[in-house]
Design a protein around this ligand. Structure first.
Ligand code: GCB
Length: 596
């Protein structure tokens, strides 16, 4: 749960080298450290870095009987972190992209002054058992490499940015506090039920009262106790963007916990909506939902994967301009700030774990599996109450044809469903339909393909036959609805060629059109979505197929549209207007006017 209380921001961090042999560097937080300086060795640095900062704590945080509980929280730090406060280790955490925190009350309240020194050691090394996995390769041929030379190998296609990527906050709670809330919703025509469960820590003699307010601030339901239901008459349902004239309707659930002497309050936004999957459809509030959206990355010039508010808001404006109703958090959980806006705007999310590039046989072993289960626990705990999240994706393009993949994915998917029985679970595959050993366990088939790009490069004419066969083979085998979870072509902005040649803007457009004609046939049957690869160009490792990164964006890295963006925009608005007519549910006239 994110802090909703007395919070202070920690800023102005410094990275210092491990043995303090080099200069201390001014390092902004949040940001990746890679692109901040002019030092190429820091850009590709693998190993330990250190951050340190001193902050003054308010005296009222350190005194009182009982004194408040003081918590230090990291939105994310990539990859492995150890944190000390005033020289005392308070937490260690494995994995980027997800939050972790530490109760530092005893450390700071035991110190004589209010100055608090926060030290973080961070290591970005990826091994076969991390998520994502990687491996370190030592180059021992002295005729070809300098002494002690090694490289970090990964099997994913984005730059392994590292650093403290999301905000670091200090906040307080009472000694007895609300630790977790779980909310699920059901609805029929005129009544909705909000089932809730509240976990309180630090006191057994707690009384809890809950009230649910609508957007006008009117209390529409109340309840008492740690487990129960709130009944809402004539509910305003949470609808996706472009599926309703008032998308993203959120109620506000206020939970008051009162123990003998203190009281904790937490306010949680609640969207009332249901999700169901049939053999041919994805239903939101009982109506067929078609994913017309994008895959993204957290990626930008200079800050790398560091949280960037202006960029986040710009991206939501572009998504709405495009008529996109959804995205997948390829290939790791995105910042909570992004997820909050999805809830508010009604952008539907397939929430993906960092399980990308699971290719080595050793990455399917028990050690990796246990870590993957723990990551799913962290992800579900963080995002389970978000109405925008309609499905979990546990991985992207693993080697799911390998024999151990069957047990691995059966276990990860079953565990995720046990943690959250209310949502479907999938993983994204590029394996052959006849060989994939994980697909039997998913609710929705998510398939990536790059016909005319990686397969038969330059041959746009193969797309209809290959894409049709792809869909028919998967559907015949599993009778589950299918999302085209990736398709795309690189284009260098400003590069033109007609007839279209690879890497030109025209080729990217032509590839899209060829895919779309097949989507239009199959979406009448069982294809329930299309997510372009990628929303924007993004940085990757250097390589012979990457020119300053992956150029499959329909926007540049600086968020300027390529020609393909206009093709997609026409299509998405057309689909949105069709489906809002079909479901007899008025789309936003203002949005329609913007498009025309
Ligand atoms: C894929 C991956 C994605 C890559 C993309 C590409 O299949 O899922 O991470 O970036 O292909 O452009 O190669």
């Amino acid at each position: 749960m994110s802090p909703g209380r007395d919070a202070g921001f920690a800023q102005r961090w410094y990275r210092r080298p491990l043995r303090q042999t080099g200069p201390v560097i001014d390092m902004p937080v949040p940001a990746s450290f890679n692109d901040i300086t002019q030092d190429p060795s820091l850009e590709n640095y693998i190993g330990w870095v250190w951050y340190e900062k001193e902050v003054l704590l308010p005296l009222r945080w350190l005194q009182g009987d009982p004194a408040p509980r003081v918590v230090l929280r990291f939105g994310s730090a990539h990859y492995y972190s150890i944190v000390w406060v005033n020289g005392v280790q308070v937490v260690e955490h494995e994995g980027g992209h997800l939050p972790f925190e530490a109760d530092i009350s005893s450390v700071v309240q035991g110190s004589p002054d209010t100055l608090c020194r926060i030290t973080v050691a961070l290591n970005n090394t990826l091994t076969p058992h991390t998520l994502p996995p990687g491996s370190i390769q030592y180059m021992t041929d002295k005729s070809r490499y300098p002494k002690n030379y090694f490289v970090q190998n990964t099997r994913f296609d984005f730059f392994n940015y590292a650093g403290i990527h999301r905000p670091v906050v200090l906040y307080t709670t009472p000694a007895a506090y609300i630790d977790d809330i779980t909310v699920t919703t059901t609805s029929s025509d005129s009544v909705a039920m909000v089932q809730y469960q509240v976990a309180v820590v630090g006191s057994t003699a707690n009384s809890l009262s809950l009230s649910l307010r609508d957007q006008e601030g009117k209390v529409v339901a109340t309840a008492d106790g740690p487990v129960g239901e709130l009944k809402v008459l004539n509910p305003n349902l949470w609808w996706p963007y472009l599926m309703h004239e008032n998308p993203g309707y959120l109620y506000s659930l206020e939970v008051n916990g009162i123990s003998s002497c203190v009281c904790d309050v937490y306010t949680l936004p609640v969207g009332i909506r249901t999700v169901h999957v049939t053999s041919t459809q994805f239903l939101i509030n009982g109506r067929p939902f078609y994913f017309h959206g994008v895959n993204k990355h957290e990626d930008a010039d200079i800050r790398g994967k560091g949280l960037d508010w202006p960029l986040i808001v710009k991206d939501f404006n572009l998504l709405r301009w495009l008529g996109a109703n959804s995205f997948r958090t390829s290939h790791y959980p995105y910042a909570e700030e992004i997820m909050d806006l999805c809830d508010v705007y009604g952008i539907v999310v397939i929430d993906e774990s960092p399980g990308v590039g699971i290719k080595l046989p050793e990455s399917f072993g028990n050690k990796s599996l246990q870590h993957h289960l723990a990551v799913m626990e962290e992800l579900v705990r963080r995002d389970k109450n978000r109405p925008s999240v309609v499905m979990w994706s546990v991985a992207n393009e693993p080697a799911s044809e390998l024999p151990p993949a069957a047990h691995y994915f059966k276990t990860v998917i079953a565990h995720t469903k046990a943690l959250d029985p209310s949502r479907p679970v999938t993983f994204v595959t590029d394996a052959n339909y006849a060989l994939d050993r994980g697909a039997p366990y998913v609710d929705v088939i998510c398939v990536n393909s790059y016909f005319s790009w990686y397969h038969d490069p330059g041959h746009l004419e193969v797309i209809p036959v290959q894409l049709t066969a792809q869909f028919e083979n998967w559907y015949k085998t599993y009778q589950k609805p299918i999302i085209q979870s990736e398709y795309g072509a690189d284009s260098v902005p400003g590069l033109h060629s007609d007839p279209p040649l690879m890497f030109s803007e025209e080729y990217q457009q032509a590839m899209l059109r060829a895919y779309h004609s097949i989507f239009d046939k199959k979406r009448k049957e069982y294809v329930i979505g299309e997510l372009i690869w990628n929303f924007a160009d993004f940085m990757t490792n250097q390589g012979t197929t990457r020119v300053l990164g992956n150029k499959k964006g329909i926007f540049t890295r600086q968020r300027q549209p390529k020609a393909a963006a206009f093709v997609l925009r026409d299509r998405y608005w057309k689909i949105a207007n069709e489906s809002s007519l079909k479901s007899n549910c008025k789309g936003s006239t203002q949005d329609k006017r913007v498009h025309n």
